[in-house]
Write a protein that binds this ligand. Structure first.
Ligand SMILES: Nc1ncnc2c1ncn2[C@@H]1O[C@H](COP(=O)(O)OP(=O)(O)OP(=O)(O)O)[C@@H](O)[C@H]1O
Ligand SMILES: [Mg+2]
Length: 536
């Protein structure tokens, strides 16, 4: 098993913080939180209905895939709940959880709730009118496992202030509880007073209870702003960003060997919904054959859904993304390919960067450079834009085979480039056993003419480094190992990199092995392990 067991994670947490001390004191460090919560509720003396409400009802009849990974996030959530149990005065805590659409936020919260086994209510907001939202909220609390759910019988609060205060009364007196509002940005957007009301009721009433409030949303900027300076939740809430599943979690899910895991990661981006359609053990091509044959596969439809949900058409985000996805990397070339004038392009790129859909990078060396390059930051979107988005009509008329043929031809060269940011992230995570990389930042280097273009630069800081700590090359071909010719080229690159010397260590990242000496080499397994060494 590649992903650490939850119990092991709990032990890791236990070694370092008060949550752990508490956990160990009660359970010797490894028992599930649910046992613990049930026991605390017994101590608190409240009559509780432990269990789930909404998510079980909503999902009834739908068979959910097994829950995968997320040990780190579950540990943080468990830790917060333990702080709630420990806290005096105002023990209540708030968590603002954000993450791109479909990344698995709601499922994570549901998993946490079902493992914790504490009374809770889970409300999902939407674009309805305030009156309708309030009615549904009341319905949700009434059907929930909160001990005072009956208080909501026959009442119709006319404001959020009234509804949230009544919620306070429905929470257990001494035991733990969790209140979840999913899609929180819908409420803050439709009712400008909601945020202030929530903060006021949280401060005065909810935080006096042993309750954890979880607000969830996929509008990253909006969720981030909720905790920002001058806003009601400022410094009150813990923030959690839910990333896609990591390559190590993908490995655990698909049971593939490390090199093939990286292929799967490049195609699915670690999005659980897409991974769910990939049969464990199936090869990349077996999976793709099925996925491109079906116009409704998650692989084909998820990107479009996310793009329409996140970007209004007038932003021209799709045009900009399509240009970057087809290989354009500079501001001027992207503008030309997308047919967009400078001011609109700057605006679109700004928003795409804020949403972390596009990453902008500068060359890393000891010399200042303004040669910004853009790339699609999300691996799945990168794949979709290159091979699927432009060809959806083909799939719809039953010609998935043509999409597949195109893919087979372009895959090796496309992969060679698409894998670079993923491998750089892996190197950035490698800490243990490679002191060379211990303190460094990882980037790349290029000039206007692309001569040289260097895959890996490790330096003491960015964007302008003081010291170059290492320089490296990526060779991600299935059959060809890194050989003497590749080494000769890397040595030439070292002589061209501002700040590097003849002593600058050489790093090789290769899919099919490394045939030369005198370099620090990393293969797929070492890189996959990087997500286990530092799982945050
Ligand atoms: N850890 C996981 N293991 C298995 N399946 C998962 C996991 N996380 C999410 N999924 C599945 O992926 C799909 C998307 O997850 P979910 O609805 O939780 O995403 P979300 O981030 O809440 O999306 P949205 O932004 O649209 O609300 C669901 O079908 C869910 O069951
Ligand atoms: Mg959700």
């Amino acid at each position: 098993m590649i992903v650490p067991q939850r119990e092991q994670c709990n032990e890791a947490v236990a070694a370092t913080d008060t949550v752990g001390r508490f956990l160990r004191a009660f359970h010797g460090g490894t028992q599930p939180l649910s046992t613990f919560a049930a026991r605390l509720d017994a101590i608190g003396g409240d009559t509780v209905k432990v269990g789930s409400t909404k998510h079980e009802c909503v999902k009834s009849g739908v068979s959910l895939s097994a829950f995968i990974g997320r040990d780190q996030q579950l540990n943080v959530l468990d830790g917060l709940l333990l702080r709630v149990t420990e806290g005096g005065g105002k023990p209540g805590k708030a968590l603002l959880m954000r993450g791109r659409p479909r990344v698995g936020k709601s499922r994570l919260v549901e998993e946490f709730l079902s493992r914790a086994g504490v009374p809770h209510v889970y409300f999902t907001a939407s674009t309805r009118s305030t009156g309708e939202e309030l009615r549904l909220f009341v319905e949700e609390v009434r059907g929930s496992s909160l001990p005072g759910a009956d208080l909501f019988e026959g009442v119709t609060p006319t404001s959020w202030d009234g509804a949230l205060r009544l919620l306070g009364a429905a929470l257990p007196d001494n035991g733990l509880s969790v209140v979840v509002i999913d899609e929180l940005p819908y409420l803050t957007r439709s009712d400008p007073a909601f945020e202030g009301t929530l903060q006021k009721v949280f401060d005065r009433e909810l935080s006096r209870r042993r309750m954890l409030f979880i607000g969830v949303g996929s509008d990253l900027a909006m969720m981030e702003a909720l905790n920002g300076h001058g806003r009601p939740f400022y410094q009150r809430a813990t923030e959690m960003v839910v990333p896609p599943l990591s390559p190590a979690e993908v490995a655990a899910m698909l049971k593939l060997d490390p090199a093939n895991v990286f292929d799967a990661y490049l195609v699915t981006g670690g999005l659980p919904l897409i991974l769910d359609e990939w049969k464990a053990g199936a090869s990349l091509w077996e999976y793709l054959e099925d996925a491109v044959a079906s116009p409704t596969s998650a692989l084909l439809v998820s990107a479009e859904r996310a793009l329409t949900a996140e970007f209004p058409a007038e932003l021209q985000a799709l045009e900009v993304l399509t240009a970057i996805g087809s290989g354009e990397r500079t501001f001027t070339n992207i503008g030309r390919a997308a047919g967009i004038a400078q001011p609109s392009l700057a605006r679109a790129l700004g928003i795409l960067k804020t949403k972390r859909v596009v990453a902008a990078e500068l060359p890393l060396s000891t010399r200042k450079s303004s040669l910004t390059r853009y790339q699609v930051a999300d691996p799945y979107l990168r794949f979709w834009l290159a091979f699927l988005g432009p060809y959806l009509p083909e799939v719809e008329r039953g010609r998935g085979d043509r999409v597949l043929a195109r893919l087979r031809t372009s895959w090796p060269s496309w992969r060679g480039r698409a894998i670079e940011p993923v491998l750089r992230e892996a190197l950035d995570r490698v800490r243990v056993g490679t002191p060379l990389l211990g303190e460094g930042v990882v980037g790349g280097y290029w000039t206007r003419s692309n001569d040289p273009e260097i895959d890996i630069v490790i330096a003491d800081r960015q964007p302008i480094a003081k010291h170059i700590l290492g320089i490296g090359s990526i060779k991600w071909l299935e059959q060809a190992p890194f050989d003497g010719r590749d080494l000769a080229r890397l040595v030439v690159h070292r002589s061209q990199l501002p700040g590097a010397t003849d002593d600058t260590p050489l790093i090789v990242v290769a899919r099919a092995g490394c045939e030369v000496d005198g370099v620090t080499a990393f293969g797929p397994e070492d890189l996959l392990n990087a997500w286990l060494v530092r799982p945050d």
